[in-house]
Design a protein. Structure first.
Length: 264
């Protein structure tokens, strides 16, 4: 690996650490962050300027703040870097549910994207998705018949949304849909953004079996919009860090599968 690529990776890892730290604590000073990541104050300020420009943090005099919100939780760029180990574990378990020759829907969640990366070895599949990063992955698999669900492109989510997308989903009848959302409790799933809720609901209606992919950081939580009751899903796949009481209650409604993580 070249020195330039190593430097780029190091900067990305440092900036991801900064975002995670600020989101967890709501705000932080530049001096605090410089100590956290072990770089100069000037370097941290450059990082904060870039993160603010990308919409991941709000910069103010002397520091930054970030409340969980539509901008931060919806950002595809942020979601790709969050809870990677948990998403990997969930995707491996979800892969076992995919049968060769079947048709599936993948939403624009990064957990479904992780699953998309594993589908090349399954055999012939028909896969429909509105998520541009998933499209880029799936187009490389020779045995995947890829259906791209178009609509109004959202740069924040890196996906296609709106009425054209909803209509495209509504024209399908697939075997399984794999979806995720920003929050859930023992009876309901939630999302911050209504336009994503509408597309995800359409996906649930288009599939014979609905699989909810949720990492433990999303439960038990609520978000602005009620998306669908837990009873609208057939299976729930979670990592082994999820709240046990919640999983027991959810198990009364749907089938729950726990994905072991490497650290278990």
């Amino acid at each position: 690996m070249s020195r330039t690529s190593k430097g780029t990776r190091s900067r990305e890892q440092r900036q991801q650490q900064i975002v995670d730290y600020v989101l967890h604590r709501s705000s932080a000073s530049a001096a605090e962050l410089a100590e956290l990541v072990g770089v100069s104050l000037m370097t941290v300020h450059r990082d904060l300027d870039e993160l603010a420009r990308r919409g991941l943090l709000r910069k103010f005099h002397g520091g930054v703040s970030a409340q969980p919100s539509t901008v931060f939780e919806g950002s595809s760029e942020y979601r790709m870097g969050a809870n990677r180990e948990l998403k990997d574990a969930i995707a491996k378990v979800a892969l076992e549910m995919v049968e060769p020759g079947s048709s599936i829907l993948l939403d624009d969640s990064t957990t479904a994207l992780t699953l998309a990366g594993l589908l090349g070895g399954v055999g012939p599949l028909t896969v429909a998705t509105n998520y541009l990063p998933a499209i880029e992955v799936l187009k490389t698999f020779s045995e995947v018949h890829l259906m791209c669900l178009g609509g109004n492109y959202s740069a924040t989510h890196d996906s296609f949304l709106g009425l054209p997308c909803i209509e495209a989903v509504g024209a399908l009848s697939v075997d399984m849909a794999f979806v995720s959302t920003s929050a859930m409790n023992a009876s309901m799933t939630f999302h911050q953004e209504h336009e994503l809720v509408q597309v995800k609901r359409a996906m649930l209606s288009a599939a014979g079996t609905n699989v909810l992919l949720m990492d433990s950081s999303k439960m038990p939580r609520k978000a602005l919009h009620r998306m669908a009751p837990l009873s609208d899903y057939d299976r729930l796949v979670v990592d082994d860090g999820a709240d046990r009481e919640l999983l027991t209650a959810a198990g009364d409604v749907i089938d729950v599968t726990i994905a072991p993580t490497d650290g278990a």
